[in-house]
Write a protein that binds this ligand. Sequence first.
Ligand code: XMP
Length: 513
Amino acid sequence: MNEQIVILDFGSQYTQVIARRIRECNVYSTILRYDTPATEISRLNAKGIILSGGPSSVYAPNAPLPDKKIFKLGVPVLGICFGVQLLAHFLGGKVEKGLKREFGKGTLSVKDESSPLFANLPTSLQVWNSHGDKLTRIPTGFKPIAATENSDYAAIEDRKRHFYGLQFHPEVAHTPRGRELISNFVHEICKCGKQWTMKNYVDQAVEEIRQVVGDEKVILGLSGGVDSSVAAALIHKAIGDQLTCIFVNNGLLRANEEAVVQEVFGRNFKVKLQYENAGRPFLSKLKGVTDPERKRKIIGKTFIEVFQHATKKAGKAKFLAQGTLYPDVIESIPIAGNPAAMIKSHHNVGGLPKNMKFKLLEPLKCLFKDEVRLLGVELGLPNEIVYRQPFPGPGLAVRILGEVTPARCAILRNADSIVVEEMKASGLYYKIWQSFAVLLPVRSVGVMGDERTYEYTIAIRAVESQDGMTADWVKLPYELLEKLSNRIINEVKGVNRVCLDISSKPPATIEWE
Ligand code: XMP
């Protein structure tokens, strides 16, 4: 079992960020519910425990509290923000409502340079605060090791018992040297090695997949997206031809997509690839449909039908592989006022029907997206696949407003391939979250040569985002916009106008639908 740090989640919006920062230090981390019993943590052989922040106050009637036996495990503990209040609550300190809410940037002065938490760090650090309550008496056995303008107890330690507390957030980008603080906790204090690498993960996962699958067959729905592609490459490495990948062309793909997937997986990786050319059933069912929800439902239902039929053709398989990621399986904590618990992606829910009698194989389910990309590189997948932008399952249908027809698909496909090409040429494609074309169902008058035209409008959408939950529109350079507009209007038949979407999410969404 990997050495690991357990993070108990008290509902902070940053819990997953803590987990990612630890893994960037090459140490495995697991997020568990705040009330996970100490015996369970001990069974996992945790080398350290982090108590996350959270929106609650320790004095609130329904405050989430950990099993107090975690402090008796002899394992180092780091409390962050609300986590410090917990240390105080359980170990004999005092927390009070701060007179001033400490929120935003602060300067931390290190008072005890000998603390292993501050090893190799300067004595003055920029930090990010976000808390109302503050420590007014530190717990028995602790001493202050750093202060901010507003708090004498910004960092505390009980070096003998290996307990540490930080009132600020070391995990966020606004604490620029926070990574090193976290590294000090996991390496200097918890004494973890650097075993968590994607190179090691490949060996481990290959071994595990072989054990689980034995000589059974596995089926995987390959979409061409990062997750299913990396899952396919990994499983193929483990079991070769026992894996069959089914690639469904729903007629709503981007230009060249089926060629790229067949080239990469079929010809280069020699994966057993079953290509389902199903554009016709999808497009005929979408005929005359304009309501976005109905479009999605039709596409989802048709996909299941096509996929079910394809699995029968592929032969008897025991396992269905999916590229499920860690954030999809972490149990979110239903704490009132915790936005992280309430925001749940509405996409990719539903999935395949229960009556498909497969066992699930999910070899990426303990990985974050950035790790999946590194794993893809490790497995030799091209950048074109590993660093591609997200593309929605219902494909171009969500980017064609109104009715989806073969002619409209062709217009959007042509416009979109110009956007992708120019974004790549400008170097921006791999730097931002998404950039694509949208086909609006309105036509307007234009003039081309001596002729009046009456054609469609293309909107260009380019956004920055961390996870698709919120997004900002990207200020694309004017030269690039000019090129996009010229090329789309000149080269795409059926379009005489291009405009730029300058809305953020919220209140807009990324896709138009
Ligand atoms: P919205 O439009 O809701 O999109 O702001 C957020 C992110 O999700 C992607 N998206 C989808 N992904 N199936 C997917 O796999 C879908 O049905 C779907 N709809 C939207 C979208 O591209 C953006 O990155």
